[in-house]
Ligand binder design. Structure first.
Ligand SMILES: *Cc1c(COP(=O)(O)O)cnc(C)c1O
Length: 348
């Protein structure tokens, strides 16, 4: 009789919020729609695709466009089927079973998930009250656990808080582990280490098109690292992981820097408006909620009776993310945010 092995026996498929909700503030997507002229360019590019052929395995044009967009050498870039795939590849190929993967708690849950599938021992740095990390503490713990890999998001999903560039540099320099720095939300902040990957033998920076660039549908992410790590990544990933459609669409989008900058500003304005409005609500109901500062496109808050609030928002057609005693609210359009804020106050 066939039996599933221990490491996957208890796993259940990932289930995002199902059902139809008129306002989706649960997945940190961008609310910015593409202007018609960019949609036209996408359609144009779609018509050029050689559907019967395998994709360009080198992703030459795509990596060039990514390099131009972020000002990095394209030879240091590895594309993935979302940064999720890169996380999976990193855990499975760069860790041996039983080696220690260190992450933080709370942080993006996928790190533990891919780590445990790879058979790694998972250790977590428990973030203190308020979620501001003490880098010195964390470095000590990483050294003590003899971690082989450290993965964390900066700025952090779900807390919305960030570590300064200087703190991250200190961490990367002080540990023997490979540091996977997930900068999925760094487009909303200014402490990136993308430009300096070649100064370290142990740093991989992950980027994604799913958040600020508004292309979650495409499944496209990138790893940026020094030539040795980059070569290893290319050697272990599957050769045709980025299909021709995604390559073509990604190429178009990554050349729309002006639009991307406009969208980014719109999101940041909406975020600032949301933070301000929530601060007013918090001032009125200080015992019912506490909001944390955000350098991302979402706001994290502790909410009394968080499950009841979450369920009642869902009933009003508004999906947010429920995480224990916290809610994470993605910033939507000004109209969506207004509707959310009204519903939220009513429910409170
Ligand atoms: C959304 C998100 C990603 C992006 O994943 P993709 O697979 O590229 O869509 C990566 N890391 C974090 C922390 C995220 O929140």
């Amino acid at each position: 009789m066939y039996q599933l092995n221990e490491k996957i026996r208890e796993l259940v498929p990932y289930q995002p919020i199902a059902g139809e909700y008129s306002i989706r503030l649960d997945a940190n997507e961008s609310f910015c729609m593409l202007p018609q002229e960019i949609e036209e360019k996408l359609l144009q590019a779609c018509r050029q695709i050689a559907w019967n052929r395998y994709p360009d395995a080198s992703c030459r044009e795509l990596c060039q466009a990514f390099g131009d967009f972020y000002g990095v050498d394209p030879s240091l870039v590895t594309p993935g089927d979302g940064s999720d795939e890169l996380l999976s590849i990193l855990c499975n190929a760069f860790l041996m079973p039983g080696e220690v993967l260190m992450t933080a708690e709370p942080d993006f849950s996928m790190y533990r998930f891919y780590g445990s599938i790879a058979g790694a021992e998972i250790r977590c740095y428990p973030k203190p009250e308020g979620f501001a990390i003490s880098v010195e503490d964390w470095i000590r713990q990483i050294q003590k656990e003899k971690a082989r890999m450290v993965i964390f998001s900066n700025p952090c999903n779900p807390t919305g808080r960030g570590l300064s560039r200087e703190d991250v540099r200190k961490l990367v320099r002080s540990v023997d582990a490979l540091v996977v720095l997930d900068e999925a939300y760094m487009d909303f902040w200014d402490q990136s280490l993308l430009q300096e990957v070649c100064q370290y033998d142990n740093l991989i920076v992950l980027k994604t098109c799913s958040k600020a660039l508004g292309m979650a549908s495409l499944r496209l992410g990138f790893a940026v690292a020094n030539p040795i790590l980059t070569r290893a990544l290319w050697a272990v990933k599957s050769p045709y992981n980025i299909n021709s459609f995604t390559q073509a669409m990604g190429y178009v989008i990554l050349r729309e820097k002006q639009w991307a900058e406009k969208a980014r500003k719109e999101i940041l304005d909406a975020r600032d408006g949301m933070v301000e409005a929530l601060a007013e609500i918090e001032a009125r109901f200080p015992e019912k909620l506490h909001c944390y500062p955000s350098c991302t496109n979402f706001v994290f808050m502790r909410v009394q009776e968080s499950k009841r609030v979450f369920d009642n928002l869902l009933k009003k057609g508004i999906a947010v993310r429920h995480m224990g005693e916290y809610l994470r609210i993605t910033v939507g359009t000004p109209a969506e945010n207004k509707e959310f804020l009204q519903a939220f106050q009513d429910v409170l």
